[in-house]
Design a binder for this molecule. Structure first.
Ligand code: ZN
Length: 243
């Protein structure tokens, strides 16, 4: 076995079990977790669960106290999720764009969203998958189909500087949480805390990936990102989506 092969094996298996990054570049020391007063649930497609390069759901989970990750595709009979959805102490909303989605400004009858939530806790369900798989999860999961959706009041552009992003407006999971928290803060639904730790860790991840690609290019190794992209473009365009 050559020295290079040895290094690769070590690299693959010496992984931080919290952030799933290789131990050498573990992000945990940069994560500043904070309490929002909202419970976030990340429904993670199995393909997303162990993705360390572009998956931001796990970083969002590590940053947001009280949040949880549930891995699956059809969540209809998921015990953990159903217990949360049936818990009368929560007001569950699905973060998903839809023409009938509420925003923080929506009046529901004569009530504001804050009044609807009252003394309860907002439970925000986030599907952490590419659009292609998010639609599949929603199509299969009868329990989350029934949920009222919430979406953004404003339009945001992704800070993701990668070429596989099909459209600027496709936000990563961590950016979605960041913008939603900021909007909820304006409606006094979220604790008055800074959501910047989410954006800080996201920017660190993006700049780290850009640096890694530059290093790879300068050392003459083929850009794995471009290579995987050209393979993916033979599949559907939707699957290219970074979420
Ligand atoms: Zn870590």
């Amino acid at each position: 076995m050559t020295h290079i092969e040895n290094t690769c094996i070590k690299y693959e298996f010496s992984r931080c079990m919290k952030c799933f990054r290789p131990i050498k570049i573990c992000y945990c020391k940069y994560i500043e977790s904070f309490e929002t007063g909202i419970k976030f649930i990340f429904l993670m497609h199995p393909k997303e669960a162990f993705k360390q390069r572009t998956g931001t759901g796990r970083l969002a989970h590590l940053t947001l106290k009280q949040s949880e990750i549930i891995i699956g595709i059809d969540f209809s009979l998921n015990k953990k999720l159903n217990e949360l959805l049936e818990n009368p102490n929560y007001v569950p909303l699905l973060l998903y764009p839809d023409e009938n989605a509420w925003s923080v400004q929506t009046k529901i009858g004569k009530k504001s969203l804050k009044e609807i939530i009252g003394e309860k806790t907002l439970l925000v369900i986030v599907i952490d998958a590419t659009w292609f798989f998010a639609k599949k999860i929603l199509r299969l999961s009868k329990n989350i189909q029934k949920l009222q959706k919430i979406s953004f009041n404003a339009e945001y552009k992704s800070q993701y500087q990668f070429k596989t992003q099909p459209a600027e407006e496709c936000l990563s999971t961590i950016e979605s949480c960041y913008y939603l928290i900021n909007e909820l803060k304006t409606a006094n639904i979220c604790n008055n805390v800074s959501a910047e730790p989410l954006m800080n860790i996201f920017k660190r991840m993006v700049s780290f990936q850009i640096e890694s690609e530059k290093e790879r290019e300068s050392s003459g190794i083929q850009n794995r990102y471009k290579a995987s992209r050209s393979l993916k473009t033979r599949k559907t365009a939707q699957e290219n989506n970074v979420k």
